[in-house]
Write a protein that binds this ligand. Structure first.
Ligand code: ADP
Ligand code: MG
Length: 328
């Protein structure tokens, strides 16, 4: 990489669009974000490490930039917040070419545009070693509308958006050296955080608890159950699966575990009172996003996966782990 740190920051600063909430953006020691009356500022950080969360031979830098924004925006969606600002800290390997750096930054800006986020600051460092990306996002939510993991009640339904297991199916193909279909590549490399759904659930007060699925249903749902001090029963026949996933499942029934345990779906999982069913079905149509009722919340603090005959099912995969931990 020949372009210097200051030159790069200056390039980024010139491109950064700054929304009305950002009172101070790039160029001072801190950024400053205005918080409207009765609102709270929600903040989330994610670390993306080369070799742990991504591999440069499996992804292009542009897609990686978009994904770094998207996975963070998903955390804002999971609490019903409106995305406002983003901070980007990068450790750029000295071996990365100017073109690669540019493709990455282009991807970041594509993500910022897509979710209407201001780039409000960050930190840039060139270093020996792997590519390190740390993204922090901030969003706003009315203080009475924030959806945490802690509000699920016995008798609530459990819902999930989109389809499950596609990203894990893609990872499995990559690991075995198979090319990805356009659909699977999109699901794995370009996850779509469900921002509109998250905000609608918050403003309409429809969800009692929510989180986004990054570590699989079996990995993430226990967090919600623990925070709410409840249990859940999941009806496996109701899991929403894409056509492509169903086709693979038809060949090998064990793949159902990818929909239960596979990571990086970035769909929203939420609990809601049964009275909300018609409104949620309407919301799915309005947002053109499938919402599927996959089970229910119970007072008994356990998580049960049920087959169509009512018997219990034990998934065989451990909750999704980043791939390098499986490499041995
Ligand atoms: P400091 O020495 O005070 O940390 P820097 O020289 O690191 O300041 O950064 C100067 C300004 O540029 C700061 O406002 C910082 O937030 C911003 N900045 C640095 N790197 C990035 C980046 N990768 N993306 C966005 N803003 C950045
Ligand atoms: Mg700095």
């Amino acid at each position: 990489m020949s372009v210097g740190e200051f030159e790069l920051i200056d390039k980024i600063r010139r491109r950064a669009k700054v929304g009305a909430e950002v009172k101070l953006g790039i160029g001072d020691d801190c950024s400053s974000i205005a918080v409207p009356a009765n609102h709270e500022l929600l903040t989330s950080t994610d670390l993306l490490l080369e070799g742990v969360h991504f591999r440069l031979d499996w992804t292009d830098l542009h897609s990686l930039g978009i994904k770094a924004v998207a996975v963070n925006v998903s955390d804002l969606a999971a609490m019903g917040a409106k995305p406002v600002s983003l901070h980007l800290a990068v450790g750029l390997p000295v071996g990365l070419s100017d073109q690669q750096v540019e493709a990455f930054i282009d991807g970041i800006f594509a993500g910022l545009d897509r979710y209407d986020l201001s780039l409000a600051g960050g930190d840039t460092c060139r270093a020996q070693g792997p590519l390190v990306i740390s993204v922090t996002v901030q969003g706003l939510c009315h203080r009475d509308q924030i959806i945490t993991r802690a509000g699920a009640r016995a008798g609530d339904d459990l819902w999930v958006s989109g389809t499950l297991g596609d990203s894990a199916l893609a990872l499995r193909a990559l690991q075995s050296g198979h090319p990805l279909s356009d659909f699977l590549a999109e699901r794995h490399h370009r996850p779509q955080p469900r921002t509109a759904l998250g905000q609608q659930l918050a403003t309409q007060g429809l969800a009692s608890a929510m989180l986004d699925l990054s570590d699989g249903l079996a990995g993430d749902l226990p967090h919600l159950l623990r925070a709410s001090a409840v249990g859940a029963q999941i009806d496996l026949a109701r899991l929403p699966l894409s056509e492509e996933f169903r086709a693979e499942l038809h060949k090998d029934q064990r793949l159902i575990d990818l929909a239960i345990c596979g990571g990086e779906d970035y769909e929203l999982l939420f609990s809601a009172a049964p009275e909300a069913r018609p409104v949620l079905e309407q919301l799915a149509v309005q947002l053109e996003l499938p919402l599927q009722r996959i089970g229910g919340i119970g007072s008994d603090p356990e998580l049960r996966f049920c087959m169509s005959d009512g018997s219990a099912y034990q998934p065989q995969l451990a909750a999704f782990d980043h791939f390098l931990s499986n490499k041995g």
